[in-house]
Design a protein around this ligand. Structure first.
Ligand code: NAP
Length: 314
């Protein structure tokens, strides 16, 4: 049903609600949806943190304050949505905010509330390497989160990004900063872990195409990764080369990194987490047999372009 201005008269008929819509990935999903003229609601505990940087200059119709741990607030937030995206993160456990509580129980609650509210599509942002049987609390919670979402919302779509890069990321930007100031660069282990970094905007575009219905799909799992696989050592070297930095790479055992991360998690501004160290122990590359950016019609950008984007701040 449309009015004379062509706008939809049924409130929420086409609304996409993005939990975590103020975050590194989430706010870019919101921007990409706004660029597609989709009615979108970013949801987070601090909605005033939402920064609009979409090309069209459009703003969300509503910014909703809700906590994914509070079932009454999530029910209110999803009501009237056609699609719900869960892009909530938790990288460090604090108090009741545990990986199990946020990535498993709350993800299931959000999927259940969405199904009960008549939402048509649910997109769960997870991560490459998620594994319900992992020994790492974090990686196991991400894998179990996928399972409980699929059970609560049949037909849910899981999007697993590789390590994402962008001007404010916590990985490539840090490497780019450190290779310019350090003569010696400490590697995770021997630096042999395989990685396939992806531009955060490419992942946001993929999620927005799925969430807006621009691409209808029968696939339930997408793995979104960049165009090239690097060992960690090659990646650091490649970034240094693009920045004309000369560095010597030095292996540092994972046990040392775990100790450093355990201490760093007590600092107010956490710069390294144990889950980051856990993730660096295993290869993080897209599976050949799952659809990803290419199948969604997106040409992913390579590390040279990412370093240039990061170096210029956007
Ligand atoms: N960053 C990467 O390289 C990467 C790679 C692979 C997968 N992922 C996955 O991508 C997703 C998004 O990650 P990100 O890096 O964009 O995270 P982020 O920047 O930390 O953003 C997290 C978002 O979730 C919101 N949030 C956190 N706790 C919440 C709660 N209890 N209730 C409601 N909202 C809450 C935050 O806002 P408030 O704090 O204001 O509530 C924020 O909007 C996560 O699932 C993450 O695991 C990330």
């Amino acid at each position: 049903m449309t009015n004379q201005s062509g706008r939809n008269d049924l409130a929420g008929e086409n609304t996409v609600t993005v939990f975590g819509g103020t975050g590194f990935l989430g706010r870019r999903i919101v921007s990409r949806l706004l660029d597609k003229a989709v009615d979108v609601r970013p949801v987070s505990r601090h909605p005033h943190n939402y920064k609009s940087d979409n090309a069209s200059g459009k703003k969300p119709s509503q910014q909703i304050e809700a906590d994914i741990l509070d079932s009454s607030s999530i029910t209110a937030a999803v009501t009237g949505s056609r699609t719900v995206v869960n892009a909530v993160s938790l990288y460090v456990e604090r108090g009741e905010q545990t990986f199990e509580r946020v990535h498993v129980e709350a993800a299931a609650d959000l999927a259940t509330a969405s199904r009960d509210a008549g939402v048509e599509m649910f997109v769960q942002i997870s991560g490459i390497g998620s594994d319900p049987k992992s020994r790492s609390n974090y990686i196991r919670a991400r894998g179990r989160g996928e399972e409980v979402v699929m059970a609560a919302f049949p037909g849910a779509v899981i999007v697993r990004p590789a390590i994402m890069a962008g001007p404010d990321d916590a990985f490539i930007t840090r490497i780019a900063r450190l290779v310019r100031i350090l003569p010696i660069y400490p590697l995770f282990g021997e630096g042999g872990t395989l990685l396939q970094p992806v531009y955060v905007e490419d992942v946001a575009e993929a999620v927005s195409r799925l969430a807006s219905g621009q691409y209808s799909t029968d696939a339930s799992v997408f793995e979104c990764a960049g165009p090239r696989i690097y060992s960690y050592q090659e990646l650091v070297q490649e970034i240094a080369t693009h920045l004309n930095a000369r560095i010597r790479l030095v292996p540092v055992p994972f046990a040392v990194w775990s100790m450093v991360a355990s201490a760093a998690e007590f600092l107010p501004a956490v710069s390294l987490t144990r889950n980051q160290v856990d993730l660096m122990r295993s290869d993080n590359v897209a599976a050949n047999d799952l659809p990803g950016l290419k199948e969604l019609g997106i040409q992913s950008r390579g590390i040279e372009e990412l370093v240039r984007i990061i170096a210029h701040g956007g």
